[in-house]
Design a protein around this ligand. Structure first.
Ligand SMILES: Cc1cc2nc3c(=O)[nH]c(=O)nc-3n(C[C@H](O)[C@H](O)[C@H](O)COP(=O)(O)OP(=O)(O)OC[C@H]3O[C@@H](n4cnc5c(N)ncnc54)[C@H](O)[C@@H]3O)c2cc1C
Length: 432
């Protein structure tokens, strides 16, 4: 067993990379993060992120207790289990509510991406370096690894973790054969603010997540409601934020945003006209409305009342399954290895799962209980199983959304209806 302290280099300071850095730093393991963005808020990101129990557990385990408390305090409530409807808003199935009495680390939270990033960065001064674009690595004869950056600098450690997202340069060097495929679906999404003028929205739309399974295409809706107002949060956790070196105004600014319903319309790539490209909100919104003939008027209204400046198009891709490789002192986590379509909101949760699994493995190494390579090999086995399981689920949702066969769609609707009526079947299919 090596007796010198473990040094971990992370390329990419996104959700997964920063969660891992927090967990390792708390465990006293030397860690440095190199992030390409020039600054923490270089890319202000719009939608809230649904953190499911697997992600909540990881954040709970990796963040210091006070940051976890603040995360929960500033998170929104995504409502109970999901509903599945026809385009006429006929209920096919409603997922069971989560069991009563779950702890906060076993629940779902809707977190603002920028608030999450600020909290994940708290206390990591001198550990996270911005404006550092990773370009390549070299594995050295003495068992160390050196990461090189676009500004001509480099850093050497015992382990390099590629947490550099969907277009990972670490993956391209480590696994040049790993591929991403364009998925058949295209998504168009927007946000409608909830206020007195949206009181007509059906209760389901304003209280929980919903899947609309029509005869063609697909609509997903999610509601983001604050658990409490920004001023109340500031009054309650303001002192904790200041003690953590954070500016309460900055951290709670996103929670001062209005509550809103987010929708995502998904269609087969070939079903949308060629001009439905780019980021022309109004054209994209009108295109979605034009495809909703025969839908319930409230669903048409939800789309047509959405401000065009919130409407965007997303092209989907998915990582092809990679066979396990010979483990070395370079590994990967999150989108860098198992990128998936955002349908189902699984990608960030999978990155957090990886961060927590890798943290646990590295703690055993730092305590001298395990050698580095077997510990990484064990992590990679768990990460590939969980991550590609999530890719498969997201791809399956996307297939369902883009199904062109009326017969298979009708069968899928009947299946959801059956699940709605038979609790044991519903639990067997949707419990996880
Ligand atoms: C519209 C939309 C909605 C979504 N909603 C959800 C949701 O509700 N729940 C959920 O779980 N997931 C959701 N996702 C998916 C989620 O955002 C990603 O899966 C998640 O961000 C992956 O985390 P990561 O840390 O692996 O990668 P990222 O968060 O992409 O972080 C990668 C980081 O690496 C940096 N980087 C890239 N290249 C380099 C380089 N060469 N050198 C240094 N740094 C580099 C990037 O700047 C970035 O900061 C959604 C995605 C989209 C598009």
């Amino acid at each position: 067993m090596s007796t010198s302290p473990l040094r971990v280099i992370i390329a990419g300071g996104g959700i997964g990379g920063l969660c891992l850095a927090q967990g390792l730093h708390a465990a006293g393991i030397s860690v440095v993060v190199y992030e390409r963005d020039a600054a923490p808020d270089a890319r202000l990101q719009g939608y809230r992120l649904n953190i499911e129990p697997v992600g909540s557990r990881a954040l709970h385990d990796c963040l210091p207790a006070h940051l976890w408390e603040i995360l929960v305090a500033t998170a929104g409530d995504p409502g109970p289990g999901m509903g599945v409807f026809t385009e006429r808003l006929r209920l096919l199935m409603r997922e069971d509510d989560p069991p009563a009495g779950l702890s906060r680390s076993e629940r779902t939270h809707a977190v603002s991406r920028i608030t999450l990033r600020r909290l994940l960065l708290a206390g990591l001064d001198g550990i996270v370096h911005f404006g550092k674009e990773f370009t390549r690595y070299r594995q050295n004869a003495d068992g160390t690894v050196t990461a090189f950056f676009a500004d001509g600098t480099c850093a050497t450690g015992d382990l390099l973790v590629g947490a550099d997202g969907a277009r990972s340069r670490v993956r391209r060097q480590l696994l040049p054969h790993a591929k991403q495929r364009n998925a058949p679906g295209v998504g168009i999404g927007g946000k409608l603010r909830l206020d007195d003028r949206t009181a007509w929205l059906p209760e389901e739309m304003t209280s929980t997540k919903n899947m609309i399974l029509p005869k063609r295409d697909f609509l997903f809706t999610a509601v983001f409601r604050r658990r409490e107002g920004g001023d109340a949060i500031e009054a309650r956790v303001g002192d904790q934020l200041r003690a953590a070196g954070l500016d309460p105004d900055l951290v709670v600014q996103d929670t001062k945003d209005d509550d809103y319903v987010m929708w995502a319309y998904v269609a087969h790539r070939r079903a949308l006209p060629a001009e439905a490209t780019g980021k022309h909100g109004q054209r994209l919104r009108d295109l979605v409305v034009s495809r909703l003939a025969g839908w319930h008027p409230d669903l048409r209204e939800l789309i047509s009342q959405t401000p065009p400046d919130t409407v965007e198009r997303f092209d989907f891709a998915a990582a092809a399954r990679v066979k396990p490789w010979a483990t070395t002192n370079v590994t990967l986590l999150g989108d860098a290895i198992h990128y998936m379509p955002p349908v189902g909101g699984l990608g960030g949760n999978a990155a957090l799962y990886d961060a927590n699994a890798l943290r646990r493995a590295l703690i055993t190494v730092s305590r001298g209980e395990w050698e580095l390579l077997p510990a990484i090999a064990e992590y990679e086995r768990a990460m590939l199983k969980h991550g590609f399981g999530a890719v498969r689920a997201a791809t399956m949702y996307l297939h369902l959304a883009t199904l062109r066969s009326h017969v298979i769609r009708a069968t899928a609707r009947m299946f959801f209806q059956l699940c709605g009526k038979v609790p044991s079947l519903r639990r067997a299919v949707f419990a996880e």
